[in-house]
Design a protein around this ligand. Sequence first.
Ligand SMILES: Nc1ncnc2c1ncn2[C@@H]1O[C@H](COP(=O)(O)OP(=O)(O)O)[C@@H](O)[C@H]1O
Ligand SMILES: [Mg+2]
Length: 235
Amino acid sequence: MHSVIVMNAKGGCGKTTVATNLASYFANKGYGTSLFDFDPQGSSSRWLRERPEQHAHIHGIEAFRQPPAGMTRSWQMRLPQDTDFLVIDTPAGFSGYDFEDRVAKADIILVPVLPSSIDMHSTADFVRDLLLLGKVRSLNKQVGIIANRIRSRTESEHKLERFLDKLDIPVVARLRDTQNYVRAAERGLGVHELDQRDLAQDIAAWDQINNWVEQIDQQRIITGMPEARFATSSW
Ligand SMILES: Nc1ncnc2c1ncn2[C@@H]1O[C@H](COP(=O)(O)OP(=O)(O)O)[C@@H](O)[C@H]1O
Ligand SMILES: [Mg+2]
């Protein structure tokens, strides 16, 4: 099983968009997929409630809630046995013990970033803090950037590219700024599930993210690198 955590200290950079699109992408490939929502705003849980039944199933857990009386946290966080991919959505400013604990458990960390100077600065700080966490280094976590809401050939795009060059972290994909994401979000879908013609560019970006994840999997097999396994079927 693989776990992909989507995080950035900044709000509005696309964490929920990346988490929900990734979950629906994996579910469509036939993988058992679970989506954990650590954000008290509950946006990805809401997205999942909107998801039409005929679309590939995603198991959702509102991890931001305390378990009800009589239920343990690990019971609340248990995963279906057939889970191949776990996608974790997090709130802005996710910090403290929970942050380190969750980072330690995830295999892959995806960091969405917007092409604005405020977002780039706070992402640089966030990535620096992330890489300083002992567990990110010692457990060989894979960290990737998703450049989000890109408008080609704009000044802000050029600034973002210069920023990304300096970051020294792989840029896994560039998602364009399009209402397709807003439309999909409202309906509990991923962009690739929209019934439209103009999706080729958007789908290509998700294929890239998938290829990156698969390539990490291959490396892991070749180098004997362990994936984060859990003692129980709970996360
Ligand atoms: N690539 C994109 N193109 C257009 N709108 C986007 C894109 N990514 C995110 N959005 C929109 O921006 C807003 C914030 O995104 P969201 O994923 O909720 O951010 P976060 O979870 O980091 O707070 C949402 O309304 C979302 O639909
Ligand atoms: Mg969110």
